[in-house]
Design a protein around this ligand. Structure first.
Ligand SMILES: Cc1cc2nc3c(=O)[nH]c(=O)nc-3n(C[C@H](O)[C@H](O)[C@H](O)COP(=O)(O)OP(=O)(O)OC[C@H]3O[C@@H](n4cnc5c(N)ncnc54)[C@H](O)[C@@H]3O)c2cc1C
Length: 276
């Protein structure tokens, strides 16, 4: 077989195109951040920092395998954490990181530890250098920017973590104009989690993010709500029922039940509500 000069040029061009394609693929793959979570199997992450935030709340920072790795958690979803309770029995509980995939190389959990809590025992015992077994992502919550005009959020205690994650994702995306109205309930002022972070999000996005704190036992000087979250508080501080809003709930079971009742009485359609 005889190759003409034209054939040789064509073969040369084809080789060059393939080489460029292979090169581009390798550059793209090496730049794509490594996703760490596996939905099928527990993976171990090293605790690199533990910061006590109050007598029973601590922030745990875990390292990802490389400084450019991302956890790979869709907004508003959570992870399953596995540990041992005080009797040495295995326990698995859901937690929502307060970090996003834009926080590369690490993820953080803000954990409230209950005296009798089984997984609370595991976290209380964890020291820097220990490993935590984590599986995920988990959860039914899905979010596309611009999907709703506004979110109303009803959070209690550690139920703030998924709300914080969703609010951060919205407010840190300049293209996302969704409004967020959060009512956050706690027993005492000291129980309020992530208060500095929430207040700074409000200060930076005053037209887009509003927070109304509610306390059972408020301090002497207090301009937030008092008691349990009521229908009137929801009417005053959350978007009114409409097709383009969504109400999110996350708190202890009695609070979730009470909030579901309030939302139904106020006329929010079931499809415009979500419980984490
Ligand atoms: C989607 C999702 C995300 C979550 N994210 C977080 C998070 O980021 N940080 C976090 O700290 N928790 C979070 N939680 C709660 C967490 O999963 C556990 O329920 C919590 O840590 C208690 O587990 P435990 O095994 O220590 O307590 P358990 O052994 O289940 O309970 C022991 C006792 O602790 C008390 N208790 C337990 N849970 C609560 C509660 N919610 N409110 C009031 N009292 C309670 C009760 O008195 C109970 O009898 C989340 C829950 C869900 C569903």
């Amino acid at each position: 077989m005889v190759f003409t000069p034209e054939d040789q040029i064509l073969v040369g061009l084809a080789v060059a195109v393939v080489a460029i394609g292979v090169g581009a693929f390798y550059i793209y793959s090496s730049k794509k951040p490594k996703v760490c979570l596996d939905p099928e199997k527990f993976k171990e992450f090293k605790l690199v920092k533990r910061q006590q935030l109050s007598h029973n709340v601590a922030k745990f920072t875990f390292a990802l395998p490389t400084p450019t790795s991302v956890l790979g958690l869709p907004i508003g979803q959570h992870i399953s954490c596995r540990g041992k309770d005080g009797q040495g029995e295995e326990v698995i509980k859901p937690y929502t990181p307060t970090t996003l995939d834009s926080d590369v190389g690490r993820f953080e959990l803000v954990i409230k530890m209950y005296p009798q809590g089984r997984m609370s025992h595991h976290f209380r015992e964890m020291k820097v250098g220990d490993y935590l077994a984590v599986k995920g992502p988990k959860g039914r919550f899905k979010y596309q920017p611009g999907e709703v005009r506004a979110f109303g959020m009803l959070a209690g205690g550690s139920g703030i973590t998924p709300m914080f994650q969703v609010a951060r994702a919205i407010l840190e995306n300049p293209q996302d104009k969704t409004k967020v109205h959060l009512i956050y309930a706690n027993v005492t002022y000291e129980d309020i989690l992530l208060k500095d972070e929430l207040d700074s999000l409000v200060a930076n996005h005053p037209d887009q993010f509003k927070v109304y704190y509610v306390l059972n036992q408020p301090p002497e000087s207090w301009n937030g709500g008092v008691g349990f979250v009521s229908k009137e508080m929801i009417q005053a501080h959350c978007p009114a029922p409409a097709n383009d809003i969504k109400m999110l709930r996350c708190g202890p079971p009695p609070m979730n039940k009470a909030m579901a009742g309030h939302l139904e009485a106020l006329g929010y359609a079931p499809e415009s509500q979500f419980q984490f």
